[in-house]
Design a binder for this molecule. Structure first.
Ligand SMILES: Nc1ncnc2c1ncn2[C@@H]1O[C@H](COP(=O)(O)OP(=O)(O)O)[C@@H](O)[C@H]1O
Ligand SMILES: [Mg+2]
Length: 310
């Protein structure tokens, strides 16, 4: 059972997700895992949540999809409102119509005999009519580019394919919000960037609001409009990717800077602080370097004796 210590009064304009003064401690945990978190997320945002292991990222996601407080016992105070529903008093079945949750390991949400049965599972549970389910399954298969997998057994698929099946099973429910907890951690870099591209398409094509816990900031900073960094259950950064990435003390909070950021900071130790347009991608860095050194030729054949250094 969850315990309400205090409840912040509701006010202000409607955000899609509104978290006010949320603090949470699992009964099994000796300390508070979320400490007075305040966060407003608007419709259509793509928000990346970063932070070292144990900083409370998964706990924060659970507080949004309702697993906290409904399935994890603990001390809970504050207020979380998701698309007009207060999480504390809403039923899990109501929240499931608003928020889809894609696990780190897709094995956890794949159970049936074929991919299409698996994708249909959620709607079958809600007693949708068969022709409606067929239509939605077809749509989800096409959207995820997995039509050719429809009749395959899910457990025979690669991790990347399983992840797509899991996403298809989620979007079929028509939720406005999808949350991904480290969706690429089991994937090779190529498959990981494909999954990130799919997530971006879901946002662009379907207008779905995305929250994604991800360590590969180089991959996600390009699709995010906002990065939040958690440390010991507190939000320590919340801003546009460029601003957050070029903050001077990101690594203090256990967040590894992507190579592009580290390289730029090595080239220009002054490259920190808000309001500047430092490079975020390889293309942007190359463009910047070309501006500085227009006839850059150090990498051309003959201008440098590669392989002779000992
Ligand atoms: N079910 C649980 N019961 C007790 N403590 C938990 C539970 N889940 C997570 N914790 C603790 O809460 C803290 C935050 O965990 P978590 O939200 O999973 O962090 P992250 O996702 O950032 O790695 C950790 O100290 C972890 O041990
Ligand atoms: Mg986690």
């Amino acid at each position: 059972m969850s315990q309400v210590l205090s409840v912040t009064p509701s006010s202000q304009a409607e955000s899609l997700i509104s978290i006010r003064a949320l603090s949470y401690r699992y009964y099994a945990s000796s300390r508070y895992v979320l400490n007075n978190v305040n966060l407003e997320i608007q419709k259509g945002e793509v928000v990346v949540i970063a932070g070292k292991s144990g900083s409370g990222k998964s706990t924060l996601l659970r507080a949004i999809n309702g697993l906290i407080p409904h399935q994890h016992s603990g001390d809970y105070s504050g207020k979380v409102i998701v698309d007009g529903l207060e999480v504390l008093s809403a039923k899990m079945s109501e929240l499931a119509t608003k928020v889809g949750y894609i696990f780190q390991n897709p094995e956890n949400q794949i159970f049936m005999f074929s991919v299409e049965r698996d994708i249909a599972f959620g709607l079958e549970n809600l007693s949708f009519k068969t022709p409606d389910i067929r239509e939605k399954v077809d749509w989800a298969l096409n959207t995820l580019g997995i039509r050719d997998l429809a009749l395959r057994a899910p457990h025979e698929l690669s991790d990347g394919q399983k992840q797509r099946v899991a996403i298809a099973g989620s979007i079929i429910m028509g939720q406005k919000i999808l949350i991904f907890d480290e969706p690429t951690s089991l994937l090779d870099p190529y498959t990981a960037s494909n999954v990130i591209r799919i997530i971006k398409n879901l946002h662009d094509d379907l207008g779905i609001t995305i929250l994604i816990v991800e360590h590969r900031l180089d991959l996600v900073s390009q699709i995010a409009n906002r990065i939040i960094v958690l440390d010991e259950g507190k939000i320590v950064f919340d801003g546009e990717p460029r601003q957050v990435m070029y903050s001077s003390n990101l690594s203090v909070h256990g967040v590894t800077e992507p190579t592009i950021i580290r390289t730029t900071k090595l080239l220009d130790p002054g490259a920190t602080g808000p309001g500047k347009s430092y490079p975020l991608t390889t293309h942007e860095l190359a463009h910047e370097l070309r501006k500085q050194v227009p006839r850059i030729g150090v990498f051309q054949k003959g201008s440098h004796e590669f392989g002779t250094n000992r």
